[in-house]
Structure formats: C-alpha cells, structure tokens
Design a protein around this ligand. Structure first.
Ligand code: ATP
Ligand code: MG
Length: 453
C-alpha cells in the first residue's frame, strides 16, 4: 500500500476521551472512530489488525479440529425463552421488535442458537464429537463501556461450542480449547495466563479465564510467579491425543492463578511467600464446560450405542477478538507509539523515502516496494511529500515492527537501513539483502497459515 493513497487519519494531539494508552494509540493511529458509546467504526488500519487476529484464531481453531460457520447477529427471543435466559439476562441484552411485533435480540452470545442447530441436524452418537465455532459481532449493553474496544457494547468475539456424548469426551474438548488458546495468544505475542474462574450467568463447574497481565486490566488477579515462566512454544501437539491435551492443562493450571472472584486466601497462603503476586489482568478469553445445561431444556439429545436418547454434554469457549487489539497494545508500546508483534502486524514493513521527488531515491523505493510484493510481503510505502521527521513519527506511531529507510546518501553505496521498531537498532545493507532478511523473519509466521474459513 502507498501511504499517499491510503486512508490513515493519524491524530497529532492526544484525544481527551481516552483514559488508557491502548485507546489513545488506537485513536491516534487512525484505527477506530467512536460512533456511539462503546460502538466503533473500524478504519482501514484497525480493520487490517482485526482481520489478522481473526485469521490467527481461525487457524488455531481449525488446527484443533473445530469447524467454522456463521450465525446471525439477530436472534429470535423464543429460543432464549426455552433456556430461561430471556428473562435472566437483564439489561445487558439489547431487545428489538420487528414490524410484526416479534421479539428479537442482538445476540450477546450463542448457546441457544447453536443448540437449536444441533438438535435440528444431529441425532446419533456416531456424529460426535463435534465442535462448531464462529467469529461474529456481539452486543452487550454494558453499563460502563470504556477503554475503547476493551469494553465495547458492540464487539467481535470468537465463540465455539463442543458437543460430546460423555462428560469425559467434553472435558477433552475443554482441554483442546485450552491448548488452542495458548497457541493463539502466543502467536499474537501475548502471554495469557489461564486462571480459575467463576461460572457467572452461563454457569458451569469447569471454567478458566485467560488473562493478560497489565496495569490497566479490570480484573484483580493472584498468582504463583512460576506460572509466568511457562510458554507453549512450538511444541507439536496431537489434538486427538487425550493424555497429551490433559498434560498441557495440568502443566498450565496446577499453579495458583485466580481472579478475585475465585481467590482463596487459605490456598494462596500455601504458595511460598516470595512467589505470591497480585496484579491486574485483561480477560481475553474464557472456556467453560457446562454439561447438559442447555441440551436438557432444549431437547438436544442423541441416540447412544444402546439406542437410548441422551442429552449431549456441551461447553462454550470465547475469545475477545476486538478486545485483543487493546490488550496487545497495552503489552506492546513505548512513548512513541505502538509496537506490533510480527505475528499480528498490519503491514510487514514500512518504507520511508527520505527525499521524495528525487528520481533515484523514488526509483529505489519503487523497486524495493515491488520486490517485497513479489516475495509475498505486504509493505506500507510512505511516499508522501513530507519531512523525514514526520514520516518517522507516523511509522513509529502505527508500530510496524520493521522499517526500511531509503535516502540518497546510502544509495550512493547501494545501501538502505533496516530498523527494528522495538530495539531501535538499524543495520545498513543492500535493498536485496533487506528483502531477504524480511523474508527470513516472516517465514515461520507465514508457515503457520491454513486455508481461510
Ligand atoms: P467481562 O468479564 O470482561 O465482562 P465476560 O466474562 O462477560 O467478560 P465472556 O462471556 O466470557 O465475557 O466472553 C468471552 C470474551 O469476550 C471475554 O473473555 C472478553 O475477552 C470478550 N468480551 C466480553 N465482553 C466484552 C466487551 N464488552 N467488549 C469487548 N470484549 C468483550
Ligand atoms: Mg468471561
């Protein structure tokens, strides 16, 4: 993309309404625009990031064997009357009527609808196990929408639902989700710690929330510091292997890590004192096993091997896709702006032309731009007629992890500079070497790609 033709409305001043750094930087970098409290337009740069995060979520869900689909945002109220949640959900649910005075609601989640789909189409235990998921907009009429996309009213969520014949099989699905979530967050450059959570209005005995530690987090958390040493890394995992998935769950959940909702001073006191930590965290996901809570009242049953009709065991598993943008920025920024991890960056590299209008500098930039694109990389070329300082400030603000700087002085020796956004280190090299270096950097990330949903 050429910046002169892009739509990147960066702000020079700090917007007054933003209380936390991620909200401020998303507004300043021209990623989002608020349209009403907790409701945002996603401007081109914001959309590119949202799509990138969605893609990682899709890839990791499909790697785990989960099947993508799409359910609507508007749902009939009658489905929610069957489960009893139409009245229970309260004022967070946005309720509307169509022209025939039929009650609809803008979905805050989809347990009822997925259960309805299941009971219409699945009848035998032979069709199990089954895990379906979608990435769709949700609406919750939060009392205090704030912190930009972190607590929106309209927000994008991945929600997945497993259907299994037995509790044991459903707990394997739970473990599969835990593993796939660990992988997803790590690919986004985040450490998200599974913490024992409270069932809340959805209910359930087995549930973990995934928290990113950050001062601006809304949850108070208590943990054993050893848990922050754990990483999933690039180990191979067979998602059908029950023992392997269970072992990962045990590894990542055996140390003390709880939110204030489930915190237990007596258990916490057993953690050696020098390892006890309290901090704040951002909830970026949650997994639940809730048994037959929906399948029983809604009649989602299958025939088991003896021919008896039994309600299926279910769980639901959510990732806060739009909230993740805020969480990633909270964890990756400096006083100049955002620093995107390579796994999510909206463009692989920025090209800064130090002398726009100088024929040989322009030509060199065009050649690098073209070469990067033929190698399958996605560059953002700052070809505006602006001072170098302005171009550097924009690149630093929007946070691309790499920058190629091209100017007449270096070109005299066939050199450009490749600069790392996080460390600030620059290395002089030929344009071709810079492109090869970037290919190497992004090769492991690009190797993770799976077909689109
Ligand atoms: P919270 O406790 O933050 O209100 P929740 O526990 O009600 O969230 P879940 O039902 O677990 O939310 O939804 C799954 C994920 O969706 C959450 O882990 C979170 O990352 C995201 N999410 C929930 N509410 C919002 C919101 N208002 N804005 C943005 N993301 C949200
Ligand atoms: Mg939750």
């Amino acid at each position: 993309m050429r910046l002169s033709r892009y739509f990147l409305p960066v702000l020079k001043e700090d917007p007054k309404e933003a209380q936390i750094v991620s909200h401020r930087l998303m507004l300043r970098a021209g990623m989002i625009k608020q349209q009403a409290a907790g409701i945002y337009s996603w401007l081109p740069l914001g959309l590119k990031l949202l799509r990138r995060i969605e893609q990682i979520v899709h890839e990791e869900q499909q790697r785990a064997g989960h099947i993508p689909m799409l359910m609507p945002t508007l749902q009939p109220a009658d489905l929610w009357r069957e489960s009893g949640r139409y009245d229970d959900y309260g004022e967070e649910m946005l309720r509307v009527q169509d022209r025939h005075k039929r009650d609809l609601l803008y979905g805050p989640t989809n347990e009822e609808m997925i259960t309805d789909i299941f009971r219409a189409h699945v009848g035998s235990y032979k069709d199990l196990p089954l895990t379906l998921y979608h990435i769709q907009w949700k609406f919750r009429d939060e009392i205090r929408p704030r912190f930009g996309v972190m607590r929106g009213r309209e927000f994008l969520m991945k929600d997945g639902y497993n259907f299994d014949l037995t509790k044991e099989a459903a707990l394997h699905a739970y473990n599969r989700h835990l593993v796939s979530y660990l992988r997803s967050y790590e690919r986004m450059g985040l450490q998200a710690i599974p913490m024992r959570a409270d069932g809340g209005p959805i209910g359930g005995d087995y549930t973990h929330e995934f928290l990113v530690l950050a001062e601006t987090g809304e949850s108070e958390v208590f943990y054993d510091s050893q848990i922050t040493d754990l990483t999933f890394g690039d180990r191979e995992i067979d998602y059908d292997d029950v023992a392997q998935c269970q072992a990962v769950l045990e590894e990542f959940t055996s140390r003390y890590a709880r939110t204030d909702e489930t915190h237990d001073e007596a258990v916490y006191a057993e953690v050696p004192e020098d390892r006890r930590r309290t901090a704040r965290g951002i909830e970026v996901g949650q997994i639940f096993y809730f048994g037959t809570k929906y399948s029983e009242p809604m009649g989602a049953t299958v025939r088991d091997s003896s021919g008896a009709q039994v309600p299926v065991h279910m769980g639901s598993h959510g990732i806060g896709v739009s909230r993740l943008l805020g969480a990633i920025i909270e964890a990756n920024h400096d006083d100049k702006g955002i620093i995107w991890p390579e796994g999510v960056t909206p463009f692989h590299v920025g090209i800064v032309n130090l002398k726009q209008g100088d024929a040989s500098t322009d030509n060199a930039c065009e050649a690098i731009y073209a070469l990067l694109r033929t190698r399958g990389l996605d560059p953002l070329y700052d070809d505006r007629d602006e001072r170098a300082g302005t171009k550097f400030a924009s690149m630093d603000l929007i946070g691309l992890p790499w920058r190629i700087t091209v100017g007449p002085r270096g070109l005299a020796n066939n050199q450009v500079e490749l600069t790392n956004r996080r460390s600030g280190e620059s290395i002089a090299m030929t344009p071709e070497e810079a492109v090869v270096r970037l290919e190497q950097i992004y090769a492991p990330i690009r190797a993770q790609a799976l077909p689109a949903a």
